[in-house]
Design a binder for this molecule. Structure first.
Ligand code: ZN
Ligand code: ZN
Length: 418
């Protein structure tokens, strides 16, 4: 069977719903598709449910499914992926939590679960803690700043468990909870003990920190504790080269978003952030397109391009910015298509999940998908709106089915049966 290369371009949060500001049209219905109209007319369209109908995907779970790993049975929870999104490189066995800076009284009673939410010195506080917390019972502790008051905390060492309770009581006016083992084994007991020592140490260090004295002088609540929740133990994901059912040896990803870069790295992609790529609406998408073409020309079987700005515009509730971002993405896609041999490549364009601008968050709506492959039975549409996608011949694919379909068009899946 002839093996083709695969180029996959994702506009994060692409799918949408009718927007009053756009005359009840979706952003895609306002988009000028002319740069890729020819490609679209030679493609098949369809819808993709990243997880399954009714499940709202995160970008992490959606990307796992996009690359053929069903997150239903292979997801350690948000803790580890929050840490990856904040820049951590996790190893299997590491236990990670999501956390908040909080304000507590002298008696560890929680006065504000978010320490006022606005913490401009959060990064400095995290650096201060990373210099001073050190190891606990031989286990390395790393703290990462996420956004605003949010952090991720990673415990790295042997014999850890994620079967421990939160220290965040999810309420104010009560004391920080003690972490308890939720399994009857030494790993859970040890991890709960570590978490409680961590909480004590962090509360003492933050209480003495001059950055907090300055916050108090300015009349702001001190960020003098970290509340932890959602423990998760990092799992081992198979690299492409370890997946016997697939023949993908080398894969490369172009992205500027820490979470997506982290997921791709876990699956064995070589990850690249070209100059000018930011992960925001100001990103240089042509720079990403040029990088993708260069990777395609080298011996990568799979080249992935991730564009985040569409999701950012959606979370901000800005439909016109989303339209513009999609159009810029299509021009980047067009540059890629102009520079590859359409006789030897499968090209897909889609979203990783829907982020309707009216909702400003991810929803479970299926996302539009376009698949080009040499000799594919085409739909003949020159647009890829949600409505066009509904009529597409690919139908409605779910979870890992899309990746399997793409790999099959590329001649890269093993036969099931004799
Ligand atoms: Zn996403
Ligand atoms: Zn998002």
């Amino acid at each position: 069977m002839r093996r083709l290369k695969v180029v996959l371009v994702v506009a994060d949060g692409l799918g949408d719903r009718p927007v009053p500001e756009l005359g009840m049209r979706t952003p895609l219905e306002l988009v000028d598709f002319s740069p890729v109209a020819d490609l679209l007319s030679r493609s098949a369209l369809g819808l993709w449910d990243p997880i399954r109908p009714g499940v709202r995907p995160g970008s992490d779970t959606a990307h796992l499914a996009l690359f053929g790993i069903d997150p239903t049975n292979n997801y350690p929870g948000r803790g580890p992926f929050e840490a990856i999104g904040a820049g951590a490189v996790l190893n299997p066995g590491d236990v990670a939590f999501r956390g908040n800076f909080a304000t507590v009284s002298d008696g560890a009673v929680i006065l504000d679960r978010r320490a006022g939410r606005r913490i401009p010195e959060a990064k400095e506080l995290v650096e201060y803690l990373n210099r001073n917390v050190g190891e606990i019972e031989g286990v390395r502790v790393e703290i990462y700043h996420a956004t605003e008051h949010r952090v991720a905390v990673v415990f790295r060492g042997p014999g850890l468990s994620d079967a421990v309770s939160d220290t965040d009581p999810h309420a104010e006016g009560v004391r920080i909870s003690e972490s308890r083992p939720l399994a009857d084994d030494e790993a859970a007991r040890k991890t709960a003990r570590l978490v409680n020592s961590f909480t004590e140490r962090v509360t003492r260090l933050l209480g003495e920190c001059p950055l907090n004295s300055r916050r108090v002088e300015r009349g702001e609540p001190p960020a003098n504790a970290i509340l932890l929740r959602g423990a998760g133990k990092m799992v081992k994901y198979p690299r492409f080269s370890e997946r016997g059912e697939l023949s993908v040896e080398r894969a490369a990803a172009v992205s500027a978003t820490a979470l997506v870069k982290g997921v791709c790295a876990l699956l064995g992609f070589e990850v690249l952030t070209p100059e000018g790529a930011t992960g925001g609406v100001d990103s240089d998408l042509m720079s990403k397109a040029r990088a993708a073409v260069e990777l395609y020309r080298r011996d990568y079987d799979l080249v992935y391009v991730h564009i985040k700005g569409t999701d950012a515009a959606s979370h901000d509730g800005k439909p016109h910015a989303k339209v513009e971002m999609i159009e810029r993405t299509l021009r980047a896609l067009s540059h890629i298509v102009d520079n590859v041999d359409l006789g030897e490549v499968v090209v897909a364009f889609l979203g990783d999940h829907a982020t309707p601008v009216t909702v400003r968050d991810h929803t479970s709506d299926p996302v539009p998908v376009m698949v080009y492959a040499p000799g594919i039975l085409t739909d003949g549409s020159s647009r890829l709106t949600e409505r066009d996608a509904r009529k597409g011949s690919l139908g409605r694919l779910r979870n890992v089915e899309l990746f399997g379909t793409l790999m099959d068009y590329a001649g890269r899946v093993e036969k099931f049966g004799a």
